[in-house]
Ligand binder design. Structure first.
Ligand code: NAD
Length: 499
């Protein structure tokens, strides 16, 4: 059995806590590796090393730091297939999806190459007699991040790339379900020229997370994961005086207006609802057709498309639409929620409950499901399912549709499909959700914009990547200096004249 490690002070280090968690091959259900679960001592050691390494890195000019990012981008491209292979084997997502995971992280690294420009301060000449005023953005020191299983390459890079570009040290606590890629990324950063001790990986579960939250030297904590854990980390981290940003779960609605191109809407729902087995925080899990006629037309278009979906292991080729979910527990949770939908009276139009894949009977595959006539009181509407299950809630009018999304406690992403510019504009303006698509089902902002939800999908003030990341990972210092000009007499400064 392969035993994974931590990555501390530039080296792979075995776990010392004696606690491990299983890392599965989700396609076969077999345990393929053991992930060490870090403890206080391991975290303390990493923090000590990070704190010793960080001042010299902060003093390294931003252009040199950016060059490390540039080299890292080259190495990510060089090792793209290797990273995607490791990612698919632990996560289960298809090979093209795994490459997309690396690619979207890489784009944030590219953005961080702009650090010299992004870190420039402000200057006011002659704010008063002989007085200049300037502000500078300085790194925080030792920073940390806790990441989820569903994007094991992209989300760590969202955090450590800007943190390091700003001159911080970063300690990553990745998901214990797929920790191999984060370890590979830490190695690659050092190959790119990052001095050791600046990017370290401490694997673990709640114990390692609590050690991060309570460590007085750690200045900031970034978190991405489910809402209950996001709330917990936000309150404990803030109570300990840290700067904290936590991104939580989602329940993304897509509104389909009667005038929408129904083929385009159905295609969009297939990708956004079932892609990556629904294990995306930006997945569409609720379709809201406006009017019964729209709903009937939509369902008619969706059913044959869903029946054509190819579910399989990533090794079966690039035409596989989605793979297994991450663990047996995730599969059970999804099927439990599907059963609750049936029990609570929703209409299960496509039933994937008996799905079996020959040769992979023990894998964590879940067939696609489509519900119609879901109502807001049902658990499948209220809870995040995080699986290949799309719920249709029929709305009588546009107002009813927008209010559904407004009233839901989650606010990560949403979309409207329409040909009506007025409706689209009204929707984008009034909706209380952080990322909005107009005829775009998964409106993930690119690296140079910022990513973040509202309501219970986000706790904190600053978003991920884009300009917000450079604010999150720095603090501003403003200097007011007075150098009164001496009056020169005979070529010499007359300091008396300055009094
Ligand atoms: P999770 O909350 O179970 O785990 C996330 C991280 O928290 C992991 O590193 C895990 O080890 C740690 N953790 C788990 N339980 C903990 C506890 N009790 N105390 C302290 N730490 C704990 O989430 P997940 O299942 O890995 O990821 C899926 C979730 O992440 C979904 O809810 C999804 O919507 C969300 N997500 C959100 C975004 C976003 O940007 N808003 C992006 C991706 C995923």
């Amino acid at each position: 059995m392969k035993e994974l490690t931590h990555y501390i002070d530039g080296a792979h280090v075995n776990g010392t806590s004696g606690r491990f968690s299983d890392v599965f091959n989700p396609a076969t259900g077999e345990v393929q590796a053991k992930c060490p679960l870090g403890n206080n001592e391991e975290l303390n050691k990493a923090v000590e090393i990070a704190a010793a390494a960080q001042p010299a890195w902060a003093a390294t000019n931003p252009q040199r730091r950016a060059r490390v990012m540039m080299k890292f981008v080259q190495l990510l491209n060089r090792d793209m297939d290797k990273l995607a292979e490791a990612l698919s084997s632990e996560h289960g997502k298809t090979f093209p999806d795994a490459k997309g995971d690396v690619q979207r992280g890489l784009e944030v690294v590219e953005y961080c190459i702009g650090a010299p420009e992004l870190l420039k301060g402000e200057f006011t000449d002659s704010a008063g007699p002989g007085i200049d005023m300037y502000s500078m953005k300085q790194p925080l020191g030792v920073t940390a991040g806790i990441t989820p299983f569903n994007f094991p390459a992209m989300i760590p890079m969202w955090m450590f790339a800007p943190a390091l570009a700003c001159g911080n040290a970063f300690i990553l606590k990745p998901s214990e379900r797929d920790p191999s890629v984060p370890l590979m990324l830490a190695e690659l950063m050092e190959e790119a020229g990052l001095p050791k001790g600046l990017l370290q990986v401490v694997n673990g579960d709640k114990e390692a997370v609590d050690a991060i939250l309570d460590h007085p030297v750690i200045q900031s904590v970034g978190f991405v994961g489910s809402t209950p854990i996001a709330e917990y980390i936000y309150s404990r981290g803030c109570a300990n005086g840290k700067r904290v940003q936590c991104f939580g779960g989602a329940k993304n609605h897509m509104i389909i207006m009667p005038d929408a191109d129904m083929d385009q809407a159905a295609d969009a729902l297939i990708g956004a609802g079932y892609g990556a087995a629904g294990e995306r925080c930006m997945a569409i899990s609720v379709a809201v057709p406006v009017g019964d006629e729209t709903a009937d037309r939509l369902i008619e278009k969706l059913v044959p498309r869903i029946e054509k979906l190819k579910v399989g292991p990533y090794t079966a080729g690039d035409d596989v639409d989605y793979g297994p979910v991450v663990t047996g527990a995730a599969k059970e949770k999804i099927l439990g929620l599907v059963q609750s939908g049936v029990d609570q009276g929703a209409e299960l139009v496509v039933d994937g409950r008996d799905f079996q894949l020959q040769g992979y009977e023990d894998g964590f595959f879940v067939g696609p499901h489509l519900f119609d006539k879901v109502t807001p009181d049902m658990d499948i509407y209220k809870q995040e399912i995080f699986g290949p299950v799309l719920s249709t809630v029929r709305a009588g009018s546009y107002e009813e549709a927008i209010n559904l999304a407004i009233d839901h406690e989650m606010g990560n992403g949403t979309a409207i499909f329409t040909r009506d510019g007025d409706a689209a504009r009204d929707f984008a303006n009034r909706i209380n959700i952080g990322m909005v698509g107009v005829n775009v089902p998964i409106p993930v902002p690119l690296a140079y914009h910022t990513f973040g939800g509202w309501k219970k999908s986000m706790f904190g003030d600053l978003n991920q990547h884009g300009p917000d990341a450079f604010k999150f990972y720095t603090r501003t210092k403003t200097v007011t200096s007075r150098w009164p000009s001496g009056i020169k007499e005979g070529g010499e400064f007359n300091f008396k004249a300055m009094d």
